[in-house]
Structures are given as C-alpha cells and as structure tokens.
Design a protein. Structure first.
Length: 384
C-alpha cells in the first residue's frame, strides 16, 4: 500500500469531510494507495483539537500555510478555504511542488483562475484537481457510462441543477459565502456552479452562448451581532445555454440552475438528459433511484426506475443493497484522486475528478453569465 502524506489547508466543514474519508479508507479494499493526514493549517487554531484528537499521524499544526508548504513530509494538499484565498494559496501549493485537490470555484473570479492555470501549466508533473463529488454517485456513474456508450441519440435537452433552501429564511445570519469580497461576484454560481457543470463538461456539452437571469432575493441579513447588513451576493442563477452535440452537429438547449433559495430543496443535485433514443434522470432527493427510458420507433414511451444501491466505481465493503450518501461520494471522489495520482490516468472518463481545464471553462461561462445578466442579453461564451 502506497501512502500519500496530505496537508489540509482550511480545517472547516470540508476539511473535516476529507479527514473523515481518510479515516475510513478501510472501506475501499481495492485501493493500492491511501491518504495519511500529517499536517493541518487554519487561521482559527481552535479547530485543530478535533484533528489532533482523531489523527495521531498529524505532526504539524500551523496558522501559516507557508509553514505547511515548507514541510517536506507533505506530498499533497487539500485546500478548502474561502474563495478570495484560492488564487494565492492554490498557486503557492503548486509552486511548492505539492499535488493539489483544490475546492471550487478554483479562484474567486476569472483573473484568479487564469493565474492558477499559469501554475498548473508550469507544473505538469503534479496532479491538480478540483473537488466535485456528485458525479461519483452510483446512478450518476451509470449515466456517465450511458453517455460513453452514446445511447441517447440526438440530445433534445439537458437540465442540471443544484438547489438549496436554507437561505429562504431571512433571519439566517450572514457568513462569508454571502459576502462579495470573500465569495466573489459570481455569488451562488461560484458556490454551486462547478457541481452542475462537471458532468455536462465531461460529456463535451460546453455552451456556445448563455442567457442568464440572476436574482438577489434576500438583500439584507442579520450580522450575528444584533444588527443587519446588506447581503449583496446573487442568491439564484438560471442559465440557459445552447450547446452543439459533437457527434451529431445538432444544437440543444441546456439549463443550469444554481439556486440558494429553492423552497423545499435542502441540498438537491439534479441531472436530466432527454434524447431521441434514450432519456435519463437522477436527483439526490431520491438517491437510490435512476430513471431511464429507451425508445425505438413504435415503442411505448415508458420510464423505468432502477434502485442503484451501493454500486460504486471503487469497490467498497458496504453491501451492494445499501444506500449511498454524501460522505460516500466524498470517499469515492478521493479514491478517484488517489487512483489518478498512482496510475497517471483516471479510472474511466466519468470517474475522474474535475480538471483545472474544466474549472477554466466554468469561469468563462460564469463571467459570460454576469455580462448576460448585466446587459439583459445573450452572450457568447469564449473558450480560448
Ligand atoms: N465540494 C463541496 O461539496 C463543498 C461544500 C462546501 C464548501 N465547499 C468549498 O470548500 C471551500 C471551503 O468551504 P467550507 O464550507 O469548508 O468553509 P468553512 O468556512 O467551513 O472553512 C473554511 C476554513 O478556512 C479557514 N481559513 C480562512 N482563512 C485562512 C487562511 N488564510 N489560512 C488558513 N485557513 C484559513 C477558516 O478559518 C475556515 O476554518 C470553499 O471553496 C467552498 O466553496 C465545497
């Protein structure tokens, strides 16, 4: 078993998810490499005790990320910090010669993403990937294989969405994800956008143009100290894109919704692909169920529903009939990262983590979406 020694920069919500995935690596009996957490860094040192109390392998805690990057015992870094720090810290990680799993949106804006891409290009020897776990859900992996097998025929429409609802409560106090200086001008697109783009981009469904409608529904929030402050980030983004299907040359509409205010939706990731020969639909609301319809002329048009269970790409000790959940998708995503680090290639097309190039596509799309909304017009998405 090969050990990859990891440092974590940003020990909040997502830092703990990775550490917990590393702690249950024994779930994945087929893996021939494993992560070991050896160093943690956060501006808030009160977070360290959870890590040091649970991981005896940690030998460094620091509030200064450059100290972690100077540590020769660190081979790779998971960086899960607020968006305004991605540009500076992601570049520093790569320039220090460490492999990187960076959180989305991989730069607060296009300029930051371009700067990160310079370091990526300068270090082809490193594996640099962007965290995006939803494609690792068994039903979504199955959809990926259907795309590879070209079962859909001519694509009629694709709809992808990531929907939250907790911001419907105007009394929810503001945090950095709702402040432009930390979260970015993209607002909800920066937070949720890579999640909806990953599968379509991997399928080759890259928008030619976008018409975006962005809304700021709750415009002020409690500041958590008894006062109220403006809340200026976009809550909901609805993007209508036109996409050329490479295999047929035909053009189809694709909607991408990233909503923080979607009544009744706690954390719903959704994909729907409608084609002339087959259609498929999956939502995390019903995490076991894959809906599928195949069609030939003269057939009845009848949707079938398949319970997927725990049919994972990277074999797991969990019984095949048991439900798959969010921490499982994180574990599978990390298995994909470690597999690619060890073998120099992803296990399969749809079981590879999101690439820096895919983040660059997403930044061009979100930047065009901002221009579209500002000008009330359709904007061409320019991919250099
Ligand atoms: N993949 C997913 O499903 C998913 C889910 C939520 C968030 N995220 C992404 O993860 C990243 C972090 O989000 P989170 O929810 O974990 O946020 P969080 O606020 O829980 O954690 C961020 C941590 O970064 C620390 N930090 C701030 N400045 C720092 C600095 N200079 N040096 C070191 N640490 C610093 C903070 O103290 C905090 O503990 C963001 O990019 C976000 O978009 C991804």
């Amino acid at each position: 078993m090969k050990t990859i020694r990891f440092g974590i920069i940003g020990c909040g919500l997502m830092g703990r998810e990775f550490a917990s995935a590393a702690a249950r690596w024994c779930h994945l009996p087929g893996m021939t490499s494993r992560p070991e957490i050896v160093a943690v860094c956060d501006a808030n040192p009160t977070l360290f005790s959870w890590y040091t109390g649970n991981f005896s392998s940690i030998t460094q805690t620091t509030a200064d990320y450059s100290e972690l990057l100077e540590n020769p015992a660190v081979d790779a870094v998971y960086c899960a910090v607020p968006h305004h720090l991605h540009g500076e810290i992601f570049r520093a990680v790569i320039d220090a010669g460490k492999h990187l799993m960076g959180e989305k949106p991989f730069g607060i804006d296009l300029a930051a993403n371009d700067a990160i891409m310079e370091s990526v290009t300068a270090h082809p020897e490193l594996l640099v990937r962007c965290s995006s776990e939803f494609p690792f859900i068994p039903a979504v992996q199955r959809i990926g294989r259907m795309i590879e097998q070209n079962v859909f025929g001519t694509i009629i429409e694709v709809n992808a969405a990531f929907l939250h609802s907790s911001d419907l409560d105007p009394q929810k106090p503001i945090n950095w994800k709702r402040m432009v200086q930390f979260n970015g001008e993209y607002g909800c697109m920066g937070d949720l956008g890579m999640h909806v783009c990953h599968l379509p981009f991997r399928a080759g469904w890259v928008p030619n143009s976008v018409r975006a409608v962005l809304t700021n529904i709750v415009q002020e929030r409690p500041d958590g100290k008894g006062g109220t402050v403006p809340c200026e980030t976009w809550d909901n983004a609805t993007l209508l894109c036109d996409v050329t299907q490479q295999e047929t040359g035909s053009v189809f509409p694709m909607s991408l919704k990233t909503w923080r205010i979607a009544p009744g939706e706690k954390d719903t990731w959704f994909i729907e692909i409608l084609g002339t020969q087959a259609s498929a639909r999956f939502s995390t609301k019903n995490p076991k169920q894959l809906e599928f319809m195949s069609y030939s002329p003269g057939d009845e048009q009848s949707w079938s529903v398949l319970d997927m269970g725990h049919e994972t790409t990277f074999p797991s000790i969990t019984g095949g009939i048991f439900e798959f959940g969010f921490p499982d998708s994180i574990l599978q995503m990390w298995a994909a990262f470690l597999f690619e680090l060890e073998h120099g290639r992803p296990f399969s097309r749809f079981s590879g983590c999101a690439t820096p190039e895919e983040t660059a596509l997403s930044h061009r799309l979100f930047t065009a979406a901002l221009e579209s909304h500002r000008g009330n017009k359709t904007v061409a998405v320019k991919f250099s």
